[in-house]
Design a protein around this ligand. Structure first.
Ligand code: AMP
Length: 583
């Protein structure tokens, strides 16, 4: 079977894996990058998470280097800033290459070396790594890069922000002279441009252009967004539909598989809902359309491809289940509501990591997107009560319940009329699904990068103030005299504790110690991980910074005798683990 992916030059084995994953057509970044990379060209791609960038580089590199090759020393290397992304990218490679027996090694800080070494020794096609750990393996001689044909720097801006510039340089030096390179980054600051200039050979520069929209082109419907953790997206969608008074909602999902999953979930919750995707035959699609038009459906869950060309005037709600892959798609989708003078609402359910694109959507639609909290259990109950009240009122007005009077009279022989009415409502509520959903959905905050002074001359010295709200300050007994830079601290925390850089706040390096603020919930994990590693060959004190101690620093600092702080802590008596700091 051919599909839109084979048209880009991908072979049957790969294209069919995509069909199994439920991908219907390439996203814009894929349409541009796949042919370039298949032709062996270097690529500079400007694309954020959610655009489909992983498949944009993974598919052509699998096709070009891995199909028909033995798993031995790696042929393709992907560098990612965090452990999360490393695992996600590795999983994508495994999914895309499952029909060709692909072997992939995710290599990241925080996991024991032995396992990673065994995986590498068994032979792999692809290594997906965080920079610090990759360098460790190179230094130990356990990662052989001599056969690397292609390198991808994924989320390069994030890698630099995390202080991985030196590691990147060292890894690039360790690669064979001849290799294909792709650099993907959401933004292209000058530091990224400099890396591109020195490491990419005449690259194809792929920018997913921000389409210009003119006045009147973007539908003027209110836009709302809800941010929830990935595991709670479906539950959140159900609740949103519970509290919204929708007549007909179209929920857009990315893949066929996702459409089926969402349809099933909503059906289970009691909605009349049907799926619409390219895997359905024409008769099924016609049936869904007919029901959507005649008002016997509450929700249609669709892929963009399937929804193209369908014409519905009565859509009150367009819901994006996840951020769409392009801004154009978003504008297209929300244009399906608020038609023919009716009111409409556009809703987006997104994960925190997709937060960045929300701003782009505001840019393209030139309107504010209101970020709301997911409806709580109380909200859902209140809404249901409101519906019950309206329904009972309607019955009262219709005045067509004589045949139940005898029953009520009988019930009232043993109970108060008030209790009977309340019991009847409780029964109706239960039938309407009122017993579901007693658990609250946890609220999440956007993963916005905390402002972090990258120079070690912060505007206001941390030691002169309290830790930021929600942050815990950690004392590390190593400072400038040991050659510590802020990037080292970010790198150590990211690699050894596996904590995303966005959870790291201000950093301050003094001559003999450093202070770093991290999100309070991960503080203990960071302390434990840093205690188990050595920094520049030394076992240093790592502990929660006590406010009293900070006051002590302040005096020292203000005396101008910076760095004359006496180390009072004993290093923990534990076998140190070698870290990337140990040359
Ligand atoms: P990424 O931008 O690589 O993080 O991808 C975002 C999400 O989009 C992932 O969940 C992918 O599985 C999904 N995705 C990527 N390409 C496509 C496509 N062509 N069709 C449907 N879903 C896709």
């Amino acid at each position: 079977m051919t599909n839109a992916f084979s048209a880009l030059g991908l072979s049957e084995g790969i294209a069919s894996a995509l069909t199994e994953l439920g991908y219907e057509e390439p996203t814009p970044i894929q349409t541009s990058a796949i042919p370039s990379l298949l032709n062996g060209r270097d690529v500079l791609g400007q694309a954020a998470t959610g655009t489909g960038k992983t498949a944009a580089f993974a598919l052509p590199l699998i096709e070009r280097y891995i199909v028909g090759s033995e798993a031995s020393t790696p042929l393709v290397m992907i560098l990612t800033p965090t452990r999360e992304l490393c695992l996600q990218v590795a999983e994508s490679f495994i999914n895309f290459g499952k029909n060709i027996g692909i072997r992939v090694a995710p290599i990241y800080g925080g996991q024991e070396y032995g396992r990673q070494i065994r995986l590498l020794q068994r032979g792999v096609h692809v290594v997906v790594a965080t920079p610090g750990r990759a360098l460790d393996h190179i230094a130990r001689g356990t990662l052989d890069l001599s056969n690397i044909q292609a390198l991808v720097l994924d989320e390069a801006d994030e890698m630099l922000d995390m202080g991985f510039a030196d590691e990147l340089d060292a890894i690039l030096q360790a690669l064979p002279e001849q290799h294909q390179t792709a650099l993907f980054s959401a933004t292209l600051p000058s530091r990224i441009q400099a890396i591109a200039d020195s490491h990419l050979k005449d690259p194809d520069h792929i920018v997913i252009a921000r389409e210009k929209t003119s006045e009147g082109e973007v539908p003027r419907v209110p836009q709302i967004a809800y941010m929830v953790g990935r595991a709670h997206r479906l539950a959140a969608l159900g609740r949103i539909l519970d509290v919204e008074s929708s007549e007909l909602a179209i929920v857009f999902a990315r893949t066929r598989n996702e459409v089926d999953e969402v349809t099933e979930g909503l059906r289970h919750r009691g909605f009349t809902v049907e799926a619409l995707h390219g895997g359905l035959d024409q008769a099924s699609r016609d049936r869904v359309m007919k029901r959507a038009k005649n008002g016997t459906l509450e929700v249609v869950v669709a892929t963009d491809v399937a929804a193209r060309g369908i014409d519905l005037d009565n859509v009150t709600h367009v819901i994006n289940f996840g951020i769409p892959a392009s801004l154009e798609t978003y504008v297209h989708r929300i244009g399906r509501t608020g038609r023919a003078g009716r009111s409409g609402v556009a809703i987006t359910v997104l994960e925190p990591r997709e937060h960045r694109q929300l701003r782009s959507l505001e840019g393209i639609t030139k309107a504010k997107i209101e970020l709301r909290s997911v409806p709580s259990v109380t909200d859902v109950r209140a809404k249901r009560m409101e519906l019950t009240r309206a329904a009972v009122n309607e019955e009262l007005l219709a005045d067509n319940f004589d045949k139940y009077r005898v029953l009520v009279e009988q019930l009232c022989e043993d109970a108060d009329v008030f209790d009977v009415a309340a019991a009847a409502i409780a029964y109706a509520d239960r039938l309407a699904g009122g017993q579901q959903d007693e658990d609250e959905i946890p609220t999440v905050t956007p993963f916005e990068r905390k402002k972090r002074p990258l120079s070690d001359k912060p505007r206001e010295r941390m030691s002169n103030r309290e830790a930021e709200q929600g942050m815990t300050r950690i004392f590390i007994g190593a400072g400038r005299e040991m050659g510590i830079k802020p990037g080292d601290i970010v790198g150590a925390i990211a690699n050894e504790a596996g904590i995303a850089s966005r959870r790291i706040g201000a950093i301050e390096i003094s001559d003999r110690f450093s202070l770093v603020e991290v999100d309070s919930p991960v503080a203990m994990a960071v302390i434990t991980a840093l205690r188990e590693t050595t920094i520049k060959g030394r076992n240093v004190t790592v502990k929660k910074d006590q406010p009293k101690r900070s006051a002590g620093y302040r005096d020292v600092e203000q005396d101008g005798k910076r760095g004359h702080y006496e180390r009072r802590e004993r290093a923990p008596k534990r076998e140190p683990r070698k870290s990337r700091f140990d040359e």
